[in-house]
Design a protein around this ligand. Structure first.
Ligand SMILES: *Cc1c(COP(=O)(O)O)cnc(C)c1O
Length: 224
């Protein structure tokens, strides 16, 4: 299996119909993205603001761009005009900045709340307790009318221990369920659980993922 087209087809065959595949194209050239596009792929993920703002104009306008990396507030303006979904909300300040920028250009931006459950210290995201506390006590939908919170995003620990990976994904799904039945109970669009990457997407889907983010298995290794 060598081509992007073949690898994409191979992954698609393994996915339940209700799981969205985001092809993570960060650090891969537009030619590779175009090959995936020709094969029917429309959802692509990028993790750097500048890279996204350069690639987006080079691709057809029906591409759905996902922003999956850590987003600094001073880069929000570069990202908002291009994105379908920002997966990586990790502070209320960022949410407000995205709201203000979206309002300014007359858009509603869909976002996910990034929750940190992995054992590594370095990953971004709210802790489960922080997430629930922040959104219970310091946020109302009316405070950010130009964003729509669609669900949660998370990553499992970097480990070979499948039990740990499974429990991380279950925890993310549990947090989604908790929020969906409390703070977001009135909001049927709070329906997305973004979890699962090349090495662990089967476990993520078993745990309830509705959206997986696959880079390496589609485009091959990235050159940093
Ligand atoms: C790079 C990246 C991915 C894709 O990882 P692969 O292991 O190449 O599939 C998924 N999610 C996030 C947040 C990423 O930064």
């Amino acid at each position: 299996m060598s081509s992007v087209t073949e690898r994409l087809r191979y992954i698609k065959e393994q996915l339940p119909g209700d799981v969205t595949l985001v092809a993570v194209s960060k650090l891969h050239p537009v030619e590779a993205i175009r090959e995936a596009y020709e094969a029917g792929q429309r959802d692509f993920g990028e993790s750097r603001a500048q890279e996204l703002s350069q690639k987006a104009p080079a691709m057809p306008s029906d591409v759905r761009w996902h922003f999956i990396g850590h987003l600094q507030t001073n880069k929000v303006r570069q990202v908002v005009p291009h994105v379908t979904l920002i997966h990586s909300i990790d502070s209320l300040r960022l949410l407000h900045t995205i709201n203000d920028e979206s309002a300014k250009i007359g858009r509603i931006t869909d976002v996910l709340l990034q929750v940190h459950v992995a054992q590594e210290e370095t990953k971004f995201g709210f802790s489960p307790a922080e997430l629930i506390d922040n959104f219970t006590n310091e946020w109302t939908p009316a405070s950010t009318p130009a964003v729509r919170v669609r669900g949660v995003m998370g990553m499992a620990s970097l480990t070979d221990d499948e039990n740990r990976i499974e429990s991380d994904f279950s925890e993310i799904a549990r947090i989604h369920h908790h929020l969906a039945t409390t703070i977001f109970a009135e909001d049927s669009s709070f329906d997305t659980i973004s979890m699962g990457m090349s090495d662990d997407f089967h476990l993520a889907i078993s745990a309830g993922s509705t959206m997986i983010r696959i880079g390496t298995d589609i485009f091959g290794p990235r050159e940093y």
